[in-house]
Ligand binder design. Structure first.
Ligand SMILES: [Zn+2]
Length: 364
């Protein structure tokens, strides 16, 4: 496991991903984003497909749904591109699709949300119906995103009191998502974002003809330092049983009290149900802990404040971006080793589970 798989910028991560994908003989495609990156560079969601074209099983590994959380996901993907596991997957009749930088704008600009302050993991909704109300978020929006940054002591004290009071609220919880504050945290948006439309087209094209899709979406920022929580959404009992048989009893259903994540609406992996209606789906969100949650929360508050204050003084903006990067990417060898080691174990489990499930004819 090598910490050298981690990159320092989106631009570097992208270049290395593309080079490794070509070296691995992958079919590579780039979906270029309309806006430039932080260094003026072109940004894109890039995909690499490896394995038999007619494979019944497809393993998707996606990174950067939340911008700089992509430093970890990108390193996992780079490791996989050099891993003999790809050949083993192909030998068992599986294809592997790596989706690099779901949210390339946020990855490059060091923001968890996209170009419109949308949290993409709250954006994959049915926009023909209203987004669920979130009274818990309503109660503290003004405290989370104050008028001035950094927040003053009175704001911090009131927010701390409110967070303590609301700590047990999970359905919805503060971070479940909200549609009323475009300058707030966990904002769903009001229509499918560029990344949403792009991911749907990628998943449809590569997944609709498959029999079974497994999807690992790699995140960071919640939970104990370096620990990868295997988060599972709300699915039918048979899907949960299958997931437990692949990944073990430490799979956490996100609606259970013990999860680091609350119930969320508009999750990315659910789009596979709509785009690939004939395929079985076994998805997981892999969530690595980084810094203590107050540090992560402060970074997200600063990011939201900056979204509403694009004319902020450059040193203030730079400090916020730095805090966001640090909150979602721990630049330390022990953390990087934990990320890569747990990812490889999960990738092996997923290849074995998916191949065995198909071989046994369990998929519809
Ligand atoms: Zn995330």
């Amino acid at each position: 496991m090598s910490a050298a798989l981690f990159s320092a910028t989106y631009r570097e991560a992208r270049q290395r991903f593309l080079a490794a994908a070509h070296a691995a003989g992958a079919t590579v495609e780039s979906h270029v984003h309309p806006l430039p990156g932080a260094e003026g560079e072109p940004i894109a969601t890039d995909t690499a497909l490896v394995g038999p074209a007619d494979a019944g099983g497809l393993l998707i590994v996606s990174s950067g749904t939340h911008g700089p959380e992509g430093f970890a996901g990108s390193a996992c993907q780079l490791g996989l591109l050099g891993d003999e596991l790809l050949a083993r997957a192909a030998a068992r009749g599986l294809a592997v699709l790596l989706v690099h930088a779901v949210n390339p704008f946020g990855f490059s600009h060091l923001k968890r949300t996209n170009e419109d302050n949308i949290d993409l993991n709250r954006n994959f909704n049915d926009f023909s119906t209203p987004y669920p109300a979130n009274p818990v978020y309503e109660e503290i929006h003004r405290l989370l995103v104050p008028d001035t940054w950094p927040p003053d002591a009175a704001n911090e004290a009131r927010l701390a009191e409110a967070m303590t009071r609301l700590a047990g609220q999970r359905d919805p919880g503060v971070s479940s998502g909200q549609a009323l504050h475009p300058d707030g945290l966990f904002y769903s948006g009001t229509a499918p974002a560029w990344s949403n439309r792009t991911i749907r087209s990628i998943v449809r094209r590569h997944g609709a003809g498959r029999r079974h899709i497994a999807w690992l979406d790699v995140h960071t920022g919640l939970g104990p330092y370096g620990h990868g929580e295997k988060i599972f959404g709300t699915h039918p009992p048979a899907t949960l049983r299958r997931a437990l048989s692949w990944w073990g009893r430490d799979l956490i259903v996100s609606t259970q009290p013990g999860s680091v994540s609350p119930r969320t609406v508009g999750h990315i992996t659910y789009c596979a149900f709509a785009e690939c209606p004939r395929a079985a789906l076994t998805p997981m969100t892999l969530e690595y802990g980084t810094l203590p949650s107050p540090r992560v929360r402060e970074a997200l508050r600063g990011e939201a404040w900056l979204a509403g204050h694009p004319d902020a003084a450059p040193p203030v903006a730079a400090a916020i971006r730095r805090a966001v990067r640090d909150a979602f990417y721990v630049d330390a060898d022990d953390w990087k080793g934990m990320v890569l080691g747990q990812f490889r174990a999960l990738a092996i489990q997923t290849v074995n589970g998916l191949a065995t499930t198909i071989e046994q004819g369990d998929a519809p």
